[in-house]
Design a protein around this ligand. Structure first.
Ligand code: NYM
Length: 212
């Protein structure tokens, strides 16, 4: 880890609709990588532990109202407040598995009708992921999975729009995985992509920035 000059950890992001299985998969990946002896941490956005995160959490629980652009910028600020720690961890050789990132930011806000380019603006300059694992599931199927928790956005009609907006963000760092397959099959595919990605970062792939 971190001994060779440009060796670093990988920035790996999981994205997908609510109930697509991101959180379960990221837990499984974390323990797999730990068992393999990698230095790895599991992160998630929104990070509800900060002041900004508390505002977001209260908005999601419908305990406060904010206009669409304001909440968008708070989600973004919540990533910015973690950027330097993120960079430090990666450079010291720790791989980060991140449950949601800027793609959620843009997909959810633009699904409300905000302009996509406007939504991308505040994300520019955040660290670019080395790999985005998109857990692809039909919105109807996700809705059948044990129901939604009742937070804002957790409604079938809206999730359908989010799915369309996610698709516009897909680039070369994305792997699209069929998340309606059994959990073990999904996990197996994720492991392969992740192991490849970690190896590339260990040999010194440079860190880059998002959407500049
Ligand atoms: N969400 C998440 C956004 O709208 N913008 C963002 O930038 C991020 C990171 O928050 N429905 C939405 C997507 C989810 C909700 O996420 C809470 P989670 O993973 O359920 O805690």
């Amino acid at each position: 880890n971190g001994n060779r000059d440009n060796s670093r950890g990988a920035l790996i992001v999981l994205e997908g609709l609510d109930r697509s299985g991101k959180t379960s998969q990221s837990t499984r990946l974390l323990s797999y990588l730990e068992q393999q002896g990698f230095s790895v941490e599991s992160w998630r956005f929104p990070d509800r532990s900060t002041c900004v995160g508390e505002m977001i959490s209260s908005y999601l629980a419908n305990k406060s109202q904010l206009d669409d652009r304001t909440i968008h910028l708070l989600f973004s600020a919540n990533r910015w407040e973690k950027r330097s720690l993120m960079e430090m961890k990666l450079r010291s050789g720790t791989t980060l598995l991140v449950d949601r990132y800027s793609y959620s930011g843009v997909a959810f806000s633009s699904a409300k009708g905000l302009d996509v380019e406007w939504c991308k603006g505040p994300e520019m300059g955040l660290l670019a992921p080395d790999l985005v694992l998109y857990l692809n599931i039909p919105p109807e199927k996700a809705a059948e999975r044990g129901g939604y928790g009742g937070e804002r956005y957790e409604q079938l009609e809206f999730q359908r729009k989010v799915a369309q907006h996610y698709k516009m963000l897909c680039d070369a760092t994305w792997k699209i995985i069929d998340a309606s397959l059994p959990m073990e099959d999904v996990e197996k595919q994720l492991r392969e992509f992740v192991m490849d990605c970690i190896a590339t970062c260990q040999i010194g792939k440079p860190l880059s920035q998002l959407w500049l």
